[in-house]
Design a protein around this ligand. Structure first.
Ligand code: G3I
Length: 470
């Protein structure tokens, strides 16, 4: 590990020269290591120099070749291999003390033409597939940490995708691929990997059943990869629970291709939301003991597949196209325990006060007091307390003074006591928190005589509120 740390330090020094000056920026790989996970990125081998190479080496402790290990790349003509790009990635990783996620051995897409368009008997196809797995895994034996053995085997409804392999060989192609991979490199962790399985739903259920079947057959599967190609505002709320239920099946889990795309142009508000969502995904992995790590699918917006495939969308990665860290980068760092100040590119959140780029947090409250019914000497009142500041309120005490001798006899959704003319309402457990812009309500019965004038002033946690009496 000493060697790795020295390399990291050296790489950081290079970044200091080649990349924009963010002297205090955290190193994601170090933060991740301290949390017992890895943080990785997909890379394009031809770009691994200059600022791109410096950041890829310095910030991440795992790299995945985005295309270089795919079948169509490594064996464009049958029996004729091109390992140049894959070798470059593996060598780069070793020079930077990084692990490699091998991606991917058996996939319906990016197959070489001779395979995609060729006609083979079932026996021949099975042998072609297992030979391919054996050849590639053997070549990098001992140098690949995790292999995505089978990629994207499912349809959206959770049924098996009708790939060339499935159509001819049935589901057993998956077991055979995993067995060939295990035999070729017993130390590599073997994963199945798919997209739109991140939250619970039909496709995730399909993956869950598939993994159960594979485990029941004794297939050597170690992990399930959740690609995490997400859309701003649509990060599944069930992500953590979903990761956990797979972990409970006895496999590792990882987020393998994270990006969070948005409709362009990117605005400050969207980038701030993206920060929170990168943070949430990272936190979901951290909360699941068997989640090994997170890989972003390209670390810079200049190296992302999104604009090519989703016209009008983009800005999906943690660095902008000019290698400037985006709010998302600081969101990842904060999830990994960083408490520093990222400067103007690091928009504030409640846990990160004091950034120069942040709006100064404010406090404030507005109270609406309404007599809802009144009789002889009694009345019922409702009170709404709104947080008009930008800081959350966690626990509150509201005070007011009765102008005409009223008293509180019974309250709900708060505990109300009275001393002389001063009433004090303290939150109930369920409404202690008031988010910025949010409100809580409580009510009470009171006694009056002579007059029932509404209180004219309220304080929340000692600070005056604006009163909207109705
Ligand atoms: O290299 C050629 C270039 O010479 C040519 O000029 C250009 C013209 O289109 O194409 C270039 O190849 C492209 C290649 O990426 C490298 O940039 C291919 O067209 C393009 O199809 C290919 O896209 C890749 C995609 O997989 C293919 O489905 C993306 O880079 C890669 O990020 C993406 O990764 C997949 C994962 O493997 C599996 N999960 C989904 C993920 C996103 O689609």
């Amino acid at each position: 590990m000493a060697a790795v740390s020295a390399l990291t330090a050296a790489a950081v020094a290079v970044v200091g020269l080649a990349a924009p000056a963010h002297a205090a920026d955290p190193v994601l790989r170090d933060l991740a290591a301290a949390k017992g996970v890895y943080y990785g990125t997909a890379v394009t081998s031809s770009k691994l120099s200059g600022t791109y190479g410096a950041l890829a080496g310095a910030q991440f402790d795992s790299i995945t070749p985005a295309n270089e290990m795919k079948w169509g790349t490594v064996e464009p003509n049958r029996g004729s291999f091109d390992w140049a790009g894959a070798d470059r990635v593996v060598n780069f990783a070793e020079a930077n003390g990084q692990r490699v996620r091998g991606h991917t051995l058996v996939w319906h897409s990016q197959m070489p033409n001779w395979l995609a368009n060729g006609s083979f008997s079932n026996t021949e196809l099975r042998t072609i597939m297992t030979d391919h797995v054996t050849t590639e895994v053997t070549r990098y034996r001992g140098r690949i940490d995790h292999w995505d053995v089978v990629n994207e085997p499912l349809n959206e409804d959770g049924t098996m995708r009708g790939s060339k392999f499935y159509n001819q060989l049935g589901e057993s192609y998956i077991a055979d691929a995993f067995r060939a991979a295990r035999a070729a490199d017993p130390a590599a962790k073997l994963y199945i990997n798919d997209y739109n399985t991140d939250g619970t739903g039909p496709k995730s259920n399909g993956m869950y059943s598939l993994v159960q079947r594979l485990k029941a057959q004794g297939v050597p599967i170690d992990g399930v990869g959740f690609q995490g190609h997400l859309i701003l505002g649509q990060v599944p709320s069930t992500l953590q629970a979903n990761l956990q239920r797979f972990a409970d099946l006895g496999v590792e889990v990882a987020v393998t291709e994270l990006d969070i795309r948005m409709t362009l142009p990117a605005t400050d508000a969207k980038l701030t939301q993206q920060k929170a969502e990168y943070k949430a995904v990272t936190n979901a992995c951290l909360a699941v003991a068997r989640c090994e790590g997170v890989t972003v699918w390209g670390f810079t917006d200049s190296d992302s597949w999104i604009p090519d495939v989703f016209p009008g969308e983009g800005a999906a990665t943690p660095y902008d196209a000019g290698f400037q860290p985006k709010p998302a980068y600081y969101g990842i760092a904060e999830a990994l325990g960083w408490t520093g100040d990222g400067g103007p590119g690091d928009p504030g959140d409640p846990g990160d006060p004091g950034d120069p780029g942040d709006p100064t947090p404010t406090t404030g409250c507005a109270v609406a007091y309404a007599v809802q019914s009144q009789w002889n000497t009694g009345f019922t009142a409702g009170v709404t307390v709104r947080n008009t500041g930008t800081s959350p309120v966690n626990g509150w005490t509201l005070r007011w003074t009765w102008p005409s001798g009223q008293s509180v006899t019974q309250a709900w959704n708060a505990t109300v006591s009275q001393s002389g003319a001063q009433a004090t309402a303290v939150n109930a457990a369920h409404n202690a928190a008031i988010a910025p812009g949010g409100s809580v309500t409580f009510g009470f019965n009171g006694a009056w005589s002579g007059g029932n004038t509404a209180p004219g002033a309220f304080t929340l946690n000692g600070a005056a509120c604006t009163a909207a009496v109705s």
